[in-house]
Design a protein around this ligand. Structure first.
Ligand SMILES: Cc1ncc(C[n+]2csc(CCOP(=O)(O)OP(=O)(O)O)c2C)c(N)n1
Ligand code: SF4
Ligand SMILES: [Mg+2]
Length: 351
């Protein structure tokens, strides 16, 4: 593996965000993925989203498992906290970190193998518990890192590079996330930065479990005719139900969409998502309708993208557990051990 240090030089004319940072402050090491890999486009969308939201890099914790996708946190947000865990184990590590310190923004980056095969149980439990996070699956339908075996998200009937046909039923992580109670669910395509960047921004501001499945072609092992995760196939079958702009709290809404097609979805923190409805009958706040729409359109071979579901009043794991606001490492001995009198009160309450 090669590693090239990026020059520290910042051109003085580079645009700066509200914190005075340039895009360079949100980058990481040079990618060692195959040139043209969809995953690199997702990294650049994450960089763009964090730049536009003017997030201080030290406020982000990026966590991943194992795979080409899970390597990508090295290639963005080089000044953020990072933890590259074990294959399929990112969700439990992220859950623990989130419980210990809710003040950080948690970004979980995973692959379809990492989340739909070995880590399927971990994925399910982090979602159903409502861990506040942005959970991104970079979905290429194969185990890219181990040379292109079908993953559990590969469509039945799709062909491998060597011509073998996948006979197993696919797992649709979006359908599962909806069923398990995720409060923000989206699907996008690594080749559609205009859709992906505002989705990531809205997911970061969402105060619950946000899941984004990003179809991200593997150019080395799954970009041929017969694959349903190739660039050509996704471009031909992509059916966006909406396009969106993310509007931070207090900023005026100025979107370019045709009158009458815009729906404003206000999130709990006051941020707003301006949605251009492309499918007139699609309601992003109706979970059951979203599940039905997805299944119907997937049976027709469509890849439905956009913001698919959002709960305007999400709850997260901290609310369910009634935890303390402060990060655990800032609690004093007195907070943790309030003395025998406090214990007596608790014991009396249990009698
Ligand atoms: C416990 C364990 N089992 C198996 C492996 C081998 N392994 C490494 S990456 C990988 C699959 C990666 O696929 P995916 O998560 O889809 O990432 P991609 O490379 O496609 O981005 C496997 C099976 C491993 N590293 N650890
Ligand atoms: S093997 Fe596939 S997933 Fe891995 S870096 Fe290359 S193109 Fe990307
Ligand atoms: Mg994969």
């Amino acid at each position: 593996m090669t590693y090239l240090a990026k020059p520290k030089f910042h051109h003085p004319a580079l645009p700066k965000n509200a914190l005075g940072y340039t895009h360079r402050d949100y980058e990481g090491a040079i990618s060692t993925l195959c040139a043209g890999c969809g995953h690199d486009s997702i990294s650049s969308a994450i960089i763009e989203a964090c730049f536009e939201l003017a997030i201080a890099p030290h406020r982000v914790a990026k966590l991943s498992g194992i795979g080409c996708s899970s390597k990508t946190p090295t290639y963005f947000l080089g000044q953020s906290h990072g933890f590259n865990s074990v294959h399929g184990r990112m969700p439990s590590v992220l859950t623990g970190a989130n419980l210990a310190n809710r003040e950080l923004i948690y970004l979980g980056v995973s692959g379809d193998g990492d989340s739909a095969s070995i880590g399927f149980g971990q994925f399910a439990h982090a979602i159903r518990r409502g861990v506040r996070m942005v959970y991104i699956v970079e979905n290429n339908g194969v185990y890219g890192l181990t040379k292109g075996q079908f993953s559990a998200t590969a469509d039945r009937g799709s062909k491998s590079k060597r011509g073998s046909v996948n006979r197993d039923a696919p797992i649709d992580l979006v359908a599962i996330a909806l069923q398990l109670g995720a409060t923000f669910v989206a699907r996008s395509f690594s080749g559609d930065k205009e859709q992906l960047v505002p989705l990531i921004k809205a997911a970061i501001e969402h105060e619950g479990a946000a899941f984004i499945d990003v179809v991200s072609p593997c150019i080395a092992f799954n970009n041929h005719a017969g694959s349903t995760k190739s660039f050509d196939h996704v471009r031909a079958h992509n059916e966006a139900v909406n396009r969106l702009d993310f509007v931070s709290p207090r900023a005026p809404i100025a979107v370019q969409y045709a009158p009458g097609t815009v729906e404003i979805v206000e999130q709990h923190d006051g941020s707003r998502i301006a949605l251009e409805k492309l499918a007139a009958d699609y309601d992003v706040t109706d979970r059951l309708a979203a599940m039905n729409y997805l299944q119907t359109h997937s049976a027709l071979g469509h890849i439905v993208t956009g913001l698919l579901y959002v709960d305007r009043e999400p709850e997260d794991l901290h609310r369910h557990l009634d935890t303390v606001e402060a990060p655990l490492n800032t609690l004093s001995e007195r907070d943790l051990c309030p003395g025998s009198e406090a214990l007596d009160v608790i014991n009396d309450g249990l009698r």
